[in-house]
Design a protein around this ligand. Structure first.
Ligand code: AMP
Ligand code: GLY
Length: 445
């Protein structure tokens, strides 16, 4: 099989790496890919329209490419192309693709829509109200903070922009002034463009978060199935002990510590089962992946969000635990035989800390050479997943990689338990260096 992976981050490198291991896969093309996919065995990057083409144009170009190259299967990494309808376009052109159609992609593209769906099908989630007028949202903010004038301080208020906002659409406001400022910035000043025109005010929940990635195969005329993967935990704040600004994710571990059998059962009953029921009842063509962003409060799982794709960096921690063939999983999703796919997971754990450029998530330099001590790295049996780096042909000695993003790479290390995985991962990171490289030291703790 020839497989095409769409996207350019660490998740896509992990997907390409895993797909390339399949006996059924002869070649993986990554569009546009990154310096990691460029150097992976049996992988090749595809640059169709240069930098930052319009989404519609790139989708047409990808279809032409997939037809011409006789691509057997396309796997979509990020949400943008899914929300823009890439899966429907590929399927209309007779091409197999792993990714939900545009209707189902609204579960991520609109938080308001997702919340309505959760309420309609009884998926356990935080309470919330939706607003399209700033004045009304501001009134609700004021009454939230006024209402708690009694003993104790008012709980924070969670403010969520409706649309895709690249991780910048959720603000937890501790005080009225901050909440008002956010509402005004989102709804009136348009800091997130159209993504902030509709907004949710949500109840603040407290507890550890867990990511569950899963495969979904559902659609008209077939019996739906959601197959959850081993759980994971992302660490979103920039600095140790969850300090500093939110990022795209500073590292992940799998499985998520503390996600016990009882919690998994609760997740199945309160979240997974009603989600599948909803997907079927809405008649979605959902052949792809789903990501459940959970928060555990008082031993109960609450769904904070759906993503209609795999998580980044969770994928870099979860896929190395999968012993089964990933291309076969994608075929089962597409063909409606997911129920007969029985994945084998390695016992043990993976720890995948991310190395970032200095300044990230603010401004950061690019173009710095990445040095790589191969012997030291090999001793840890870790895998290097590139997120933001390019490979320059004939580049510097060592890896030939140069930084090109804020999150530069992750090392993904396996261990028979979390502690061993962590020890190996941090040893592996010591074998990598670039100017200004920094990382959290508490991934998995
Ligand atoms: P979301 O994109 O909805 O997952 O929100 C991004 C992050 O904001 C989550 O991973 C949580 O850390 C936090 N968050 C979202 N909703 C809530 C909530 N209701 N209570 C507390 N924290 C939340
Ligand atoms: N790790 C969260 C995400 O992929 O959005």
């Amino acid at each position: 099989m020839k497989v095409l992976v769409i996207g350019s981050g660490g998740r896509e490198h992990a997907l390409a790496w895993k797909l390339a291991q399949s006996e059924r896969v002869e070649k993986v093309f990554a569009a546009p890919g990154n310096g990691g996919t460029a150097g992976e065995k049996h992988c090749e990057n595809v640059d169709l329209l240069g930098r930052d083409p319009a989404e519609g144009e790139i989708q047409e170009a990808l279809i032409r490419y997939a037809v011409k190259e006789r691509i057997d299967l396309t796997v979509v990494g990020p949400e943008g192309p899914l929300a823009a309808g890439i899966a429907d376009r590929f399927r209309s052109a007779g091409l197999a693709i792993t990714g939900p159609g545009v209707e189902a992609a609204r579960l991520e593209a609109s938080k308001d829509y997702a919340k309505t769906f959760m309420k309609k099908y009884g998926v356990r989630t935080a309470q919330s109200l939706s607003f399209t007028a700033a004045a009304e949202a501001l009134d609700a903010v004021r009454s939230h903070f006024a209402g708690a004038a009694g003993p104790g301080s008012p709980p924070p208020l969670v403010i969520k922009a409706d649309g895709l906002a690249g991780g910048k659409g959720v603000v937890i406001a501790e005080e009225r002034a901050a909440a008002e400022k956010t509402v005004t910035a989102f709804m009136e000043e348009g800091v997130l463009g159209s993504a902030g025109k509709t907004l949710l005010l949500e109840e603040f929940l407290q507890g550890p978060e867990v990511s569950v990635l899963a495969a979904v195969s559902a659609g008209p005329g077939r019996k739906g199935c959601i197959l959850p993967f081993v759980s994971a935990r992302d660490h979103k704040r920039r600095f140790d002990k969850d300090q500093g600004p939110n990022t795209g994710g500073m590292g992940a571990v799998a499985p998520a510590p503390g996600f016990t059998g009882a919690l998994q059962e609760d997740f199945h009953g309160a979240i997974l089962a009603p989600t599948l029921e909803g997907i079927e009842a809405e008649g979605f063509d959902y052949r792809g992946f789903i990501f459940f962003g959970l928060l555990i409060q008082n031993k109960r799982c609450y769904l904070l969000e759906y993503n209609v794709r795999l998580g980044d960096p969770e994928t870099q921690a979860v896929l190395p635990l999968l012993d089964s063939d990933f291309a076969e999983l994608c075929i089962a999703i597409e063909g409606g035989t997911l129920e007969d796919y029985h994945p084998v997971w390695k016992p043990g754990a993976v720890c995948a800390p991310v190395a970032a450029a200095s300044g990230y998530p603010g401004e950061y330099p690019t173009g710095d050479a990445i040095a790589f001590n191969e012997a030291a790295f090999a001793g840890t049996q870790a895998v290097l997943f590139v997120a933001g780096a390019v490979r320059s042909p004939g580049g510097p000695a060592g890896s030939g990689l140069r930084t090109a993003g804020g999150r530069v790479l992750a090392v993904s290390a396996y261990g028979s338990n979390g502690a061993e995985a962590r020890e190996r991962a941090y040893r592996a990171l010591k074998a990598v260096s670039f100017n200004g490289m920094s990382y959290r030291r508490d991934i998995g703790l």
